[in-house]
Design a protein around this ligand. Sequence first.
Ligand code: M6R
Length: 364
Amino acid sequence: EKGNHAHFMQKEIFEQPIVVAQTLQSYLRPLEEQVALPDMAFDLAGFDRISIVACGTSSYVAMIGKYWIEQFARVPVEVDVASEFRYRDPVLTENQLALFISQSGETADTLAALKHCKRAGVKTAGIINVPTSSMAREVDLLLSTHAGPEIGVASTKAFTCQLAVMAAFATNLARAKGKLSPEEEREIVRHLSEAPEAMNAALGHDEDIAGMAGTIAEARDVLYLGRGIDYPMALEGALKLKEISYIHAEGYASGEMKHGPIALIDDAVPLIVIAPSGPLFEKTVSNMQEAQARGAKVVLISDAEGIGRAGQGTIATIEMPKVHPLIAPLVYAIPVQLLAYHVAVAKGTDVDQPRNLAKSVTVE
Ligand code: M6R
């Protein structure tokens, strides 16, 4: 079933351009140059607040969704990990949509949070990969991802498919709220349609990334930095690395470095910096350079422009194609996943079934 691949995780990383294209097919109408969601029994324009609830990797899609929805639709979003949401007695209101994200559709905490919202009369939607799952049956609006079965415990293709659906959802909401012109929507549809090709280009760096994995595999701790939507990407990078390679890793918002984490920096702590060129680039680079001045070994993931401006003094760079911010996380996820994968292979861990973890967490 793994075909030519050594592990399910590797197969699932490489499947991403295809399954993201499949997922986008149900949310894009290229002829009308519009984004489309399935029919729903309520009007999205009626919601003034959105709560997004998920666990683990799915919760990073929630965080990226917050940036997109607030930026494009100007609707305030709160994000919670499901285990916190349930027990903090959240304020639930009628003008609120509760959006749940889950690959399995069976995660106990997320399912309980969903049931809690339904009991309170809150409208619910779910970005879910398993169409027959408990959550898929419970939500008022099912937004399916079409990633196919994900076997590796580390979530990869479900993550990028969830991002594709989140981008479509944010765009649709922005239109419903009157915040998006037809020209802007056309642009977004065009960029989203280009995502699978850009993801293929990112996969082309597999060998370079395998080549640098040995250095990272020797580290005891690894830090990931990003700003804006790349902050949740940094969290995802760190989670992926710790779960399959057992190396301690943390993701930080770059601006937070000087508030504590920079104390950890020395030449034994590699720093993975996720920074496409753009308005936030210089700020992230200045945080990166502060760390470099303290001996940090930096791997910079950026585009040609970013690498041209800040690649000097790094131990390695990984060059991504230049892409629209709405598809950047789909593309930048790939080097982040490949790095974790190759480090785990270098360490000889059980990539598909890491110790102490289950694919689907059905108990609290
Ligand atoms: O099936 P779900 O999306 O609800 O699962 C949530 C988390 O358990 C999951 O993303 C977990 O963090 C992965 N092992 C991460 O790779």
